[in-house]
Design a protein around this ligand. Structure first.
Ligand code: 5GP
Length: 120
């Protein structure tokens, strides 16, 4: 699947639409989800144009991959989630339920997140 430069997260990265930023570095932007599923719900995205975890894991540089993983851990700690616990989710493709085609990791916490999966 080719990267769509008009996806909503690409627009956030360009500053075309606003976000509530929680973290930024050379490779990563993180912001609060617009429709939080738990009291704390943050999206962590690479600045590079990667469609999904499949694309990111195959084509991102080691520096980009390390930056995203480190950032997710730091954000969770900085938001006070490390002690109480949290869940990381990366939905990929149709069966994964991915809606926005720019790779992102969800950080969910602030309350018990619930069962690991539910299937329709
Ligand atoms: P996915 O289903 O692709 O894993 O998750 C996409 C997430 O992006 C959803 O949780 C959805 O609420 C969030 N989202 C969609 N549009 C926007 C937006 O314009 N701003 C923000 N902050 N989050 C968005």
């Amino acid at each position: 699947m080719a990267y769509d430069p008009d996806n909503i997260f690409a627009k956030i990265l360009r500053g075309d639409i606003p976000c509530k930023k929680v973290y930024e570095d050379d490779h990563v932007l993180a912001f609060f989800d617009i429709a939080p599923k738990t009291p704390m719900h943050v999206l962590v995205i690479p600045k590079g144009a990667y469609v999904s975890h499949d694309d990111f894991s195959a084509n991102a540089t080691d520096a980009e991959i390390a930056a995203l993983t480190r950032a997710a851990g730091k954000i969770a700690r900085d938001l006070g989630l490390a002690e109480s616990g949290y869940r990381l989710i990366a939905n990929a493709g149709e069966n994964g339920g991915q809606e926005v085609p720019h790779y992102h990791v969800h950080i969910l916490g602030g309350a018990y997140v619930g069962p690991m999966v539910s299937r329709r």
